[in-house]
Design a protein around this ligand. Sequence first.
Ligand code: BGC
Length: 784
Amino acid sequence: MKNYLKHDPWKIIEEGFHPEFNEVSESCFSIGNGCMGQRANFEEQFSGKRLQGSYVAGIYYPDKTRVGWWKNGYPEYFAKVLNAPNWIGIDVKIDGEVLDLATCKVKDFRRELNMKEGYLERSFSARLVSGKEVEVRSRRFCSLAEKELGAISYAVRPLNFDGRLTVAPYVDAGVSNKDANWDEKFWVEINKSVKRRSGYILAETKKTKFQVCTGMRFSIFKNGEKMETDSQPFMEDKFVSVPVNIDCKPGDEIVVYKFGAVVSSLYHKKTELAAHCRTLLKQAANTGFAQLLKEQAAAWAAKWEEADIAIEGDVAAQQGIRFNIFQLYQTYTGEDERLNIGPKGFTGEKYGGSTYWDTEAYCLPFYLATAGQQVARNLLVYRYKHLKKAIENAAKLGFTNGAALYPMVTMNGEECHNEWEITFEEIHRNGAIAYAIFNYVRYTAEQDYLVEYGLEVLIGVARFWAQRVHWSAPKQQFVMHGVTGPNEYENNVNNNWYTNYLAVWTMKYALESLEYVTKVAPEKYAALEAGLKFNKEKETATWRNIIANMYFPADEKRGVFLQQEGFLDKELRTVDTLSEADKPLNQKWSWDRILRSCFIKQADVLQGIYFFAEDFDTETLRRNFDFYEPMTVHESSLSACVHAILAARLGKHDMAYGMYLRTARLDLDDYNNDTEDGLHITSMAGTWMAFVEGFGGMRAEDGMLSFSPYLPKGWAAYSFKIRWREFLIQVKVDGKSTTILNLTDIPLSLRLNGEIYSIGNRASINYNEIKTSGHIEQQAAGHF
Ligand code: BGC
């Protein structure tokens, strides 16, 4: 755990230079706009520890797999989001001496991520080996308003010398992925151009043949005056640069305004990329840095207006939640159904930038409630568009008749993960994709989604489950063997309770949805039935039989569901019996030892109880929570949030707060010592859930939204906004009461602490928690 970043409600601040944590800072100070993003690398050269990383959404490479023991059914490749051409670089030389913070004496270093307005700022002064000193101040952003654009203002001030400053803005396409399996470079140059104040490189990815044109255009000002000084445009393989020499004296201020454009063949014809790049850059230069920055602040203000969570009385918690929300919106803004959310977003290469079940299980609720229906819908449509590949994927593994198995890891619908215990066995992801459809329809009431897309996916997934289970003669029940549940510290188990539950639930939901679509859209249903060669009578009878006769392992004595068959045969120990030297298990213990132990990586049975909360009473939740949580090491970043929500439901408020803080500040405090690889973007959505569903007690059930908020100890107040169907609602909680505001022009009904209330349009209710009897103090106070 680290503690070198300053606490501030709207900013992430590093004061003093910490080269030893530079890669952690590069992750934490990352910037992005949903279409591109980059780590907080320096503009000038840096020969110290760093991971140079710029990434473009949807641009990937199928890197040939490297495995020890090839198993039939493995995919050939692991898709990777590509380290993309770097447009931020500005080499700086002072009388020929390179400015490189790894070789200078650095003073007054400050790095700041302004989350409110969406930019990264850095300032320092540096004494070079020659003794010459400069002061530098830079600002940079990826524009939220114009997604293919970024801008930098880079100011250098000589402090103690008369001499020649050389600034050389450049574009570098000679980049490679740190995690490339075969140390291959993935970009091929198509063409490039460089002029006295601009340049671009058009590059193509090998195999996938995406093209990206990365361009720059810059201007230089000396003491506020634009300089028309000559430059020496320079190019070599995959590199264009424009060095400009400037004579200066102490106190002069040289400012480079550099605009970067990243345009890809995802959105433009290949033949038009270079021209489009040039046009964008010209427009940006005409608009100017200051105006673009204003537009950036306005675009972020609009996001914060609806998505902010404000906390009074706890700056660390405030900074944590805003950081999570900010990074989520830097990663995904939801306009394009071809894009998704990689576990590290644009902040690192781990997990390949690919889509995991994290999207459906964790990210969907966040976007549903903060960005609205269309954004969340795009996440669902993404999977709908991959259905054909999911069917092919299942067929490769021997499934027939249109059974669909969605991949564990994917870019384009194809599986690209190849560890057998995950690829073949961690099939619960298929259920999460079905669950997301249910969650979306329940939240939005857009039943039509089932007609248009949902049912087809549900039939494919239900068909898969129906073939994946088998009849056990001794048990006289259906069972499911050889699976890995969400708890990856168990592999190849039989009857993982969570997976069995999801399988049965999917079949039930598919049956319900079938009935619905048949009723409301008989023609659409008939077309689907024919297209899918769906034998309704026979297949639904099979599903019903499985639903009625599925085996679920349980311990009757303890009154708990068993994570898998045989779980009780393990030596049951709690985490507090582990020594510090044992932790984290995944770094300290051999794999077989982890597998034999009872220790749990992340919520498994509890994940199921969380998803299907309405199926279980509080006592069942309590028994299972008290049994499993003490054995859980939370070594997945996705674990703490589910536990925080459930702990809050059980009134274990201290524990909920502890878990919340762990997820909210996971990266800022580098709890798991792995922030240098990139941020845990998908678990950030879990942080939001832990807040709104945990402290706010929000649930969407029976067509109604409900809240049962409480204030964590030590906080003075908090508030958040939620989009719910056609409503925008604000929840404010302080030490005395809960106020709910209906910010829309139509009356709203909701449940607060178990009772139903109506709130007029643009009106509020106030529930006084001090009088804890459950009665409302004032209702529907005046309009505002
Ligand atoms: C977790 C998975 C998750 C993946 C990507 C793993 O450590 O166990 O549940 O999908 O990380 O976030």
